[in-house]
Design a protein around this ligand. Structure first.
Ligand code: NAG
Ligand code: NAG
Ligand code: NAG
Ligand code: NAG
Length: 365
């Protein structure tokens, strides 16, 4: 049945194309499906790539921002003085000068300054303001000092403020506030930020700490030995960074029980800021009072009392305070060798403590 066979073959053109068509259709269909899945896969891929690119970009931006993030300039006060206020009538002569250090701590960012003002406040009232001369551009990692002076016309002090100031000054407790304002722009390579107003405030306090005194060494001759002069060394420390101290004469008395063993004098002197002075002194002991302590020492440990009396004034930024009087006490354990016996290296002379006052009160009741 070749014909029969043939016919279908001849007839085939119709079904064949159909078949082919069908085949084609299937192919297209598959191709379509493949294409479809390809596009989804492709779009998925593109999407994923895009998202990860975005994430990476975000991360890079974040890191860049972290490393490039502009820091505001840092401002420190390096000096503040109010000279010419010694005299009570110093109103017209009033003059405040200060120096601040402005630091651009950024690695790669420059800062433009368009305008900078320094103002001084006293008890929350502005007493003066002045424009500050500052280079208009500050490069990265640069520190520049800037000086300001307020005087005459730039200072407005009401008479009430002035009276308050004088009494605070006499007490040695004055607090000024220095205010710095500036208009700035950041510069990162060629990009410039928009204008920003910066504002810094610092309190400048004339509030000095009391100096401290301590006995670091003492030698009391033992009985039987020649002489009766006590040798001691006293350490006087000024803990202030801004205030130097003018000491009047310092009188030290050594007491055994209620009897004065000896008295010592240190002449007036000036102690600079943050300085410590050591004085090695000799006291000629009072014979009558010396014997009992010399005897006591020969036997055991004795307690020697020391009393310190002086007055001093602070000098801060050119202002001298009034005198502060002090009346201090210390207790020194003396060993049988006539030297300091306790564990401490030095013994403080200080205000009689509240505790001991309370104890004394309690005993009295
Ligand atoms: C800081 O910048 C100022 C002004 O541009 C410049 O005069 C000074 O030399 C710089 N200082 C340093 C340490 O680079
Ligand atoms: C500085 O002071 C002047 C005059 O009072 C004022 O016009 C200017 O806005 C001030 N600048 C800043 C940054 O505060
Ligand atoms: C004490 O010293 C004086 C002179 O400095 C001397 O004449 C005397 O003998 C001494 N006494 C004793 C006990 O060492
Ligand atoms: C030494 O101590 C003993 C006992 O505490 C006492 O009896 C004696 O009087 C003391 N001697 C002197 C010289 O103080």
């Amino acid at each position: 049945m070749p014909d029969h066979d043939h016919i279908p073959i001849h007839f085939a053109p119709d079904p064949k194309p159909v078949k082919r068509h069908q085949h084609h259709h299937t192919a297209r269909y598959f191709a379509h499906r493949v294409h479809n899945s390809l596009t989804t896969r492709l779009s998925k891929l593109v999407c994923a790539t895009f998202l990860s690119l975005l994430a990476i970009l975000g991360l890079i931006t974040f890191i860049l921002w972290l490393s490039l993030r502009p820091h505001r300039p840092r401002i420190h006060i390096h000096g503040f003085s109010v000279p010419g206020l010694g005299q009570e009538s110093g109103f017209e002569n009033a003059r405040i000068s200060f120096r601040v250090a402005v630091r651009n701590a950024n690695q790669n960012i420059g800062i433009y300054y368009e305008d900078m003002n320094g103002s001084v406040y006293y008890r929350d009232q502005k007493i003066g303001s002045t424009p500050l001369q500052f280079p208009s551009y500050q490069g990265p990692k640069n520190t520049t000092a800037v000086d300001g002076v307020l005087s005459g016309a730039t200072l407005t002090v009401s008479s009430q403020r002035w009276t308050e100031f004088l009494s605070d000054k006499a007490e040695g407790r004055v607090v000024f506030r220095l205010d710095l304002t500036a208009l700035t722009r950041f510069k990162i390579s060629s990009w410039e930020s928009k204008r920003q107003r910066i504002h810094a405030q610092c309190d400048v306090a004339l509030r000095p700490k009391s100096p401290s005194y301590s006995i670091a060494y003492i030698s009391i001759p033992q009985s039987g030995q020649n002489g009766s002069s006590i040798v001691y060394s006293i350490e006087i420390e000024n803990p202030n960074k801004d205030s130097s101290i003018y000491f009047d004469d310092i009188v030290l008395s050594f007491l055994y029980g209620n009897d004065k063993v000896g008295e010592s004098n240190i002449g007036s002197f000036h102690e600079g800021t943050g300085k410590t002075h050591n004085f090695l002194q000799t006291v000629e002991a009072n014979h009558g009072a010396f014997k009992p302590i010399a005897n006591a020492i020969s036997n055991a440990t004795a307690e020697l009392k020391v009393a310190l009396m002086t007055r001093f004034r602070y000098k801060t930024w050119g202002i001298k305070s009034k005198f502060h009087g002090v009346n201090l006490q210390g207790t020194l354990p003396i060993g049988s060798d006539g030297k300091l016996a306790g564990k401490k290296k030095k013994y403080p002379i200080k205000n009689p403590s509240k505790k001991s006052l309370l104890r004394a009160k309690a005993r009295r009741h």
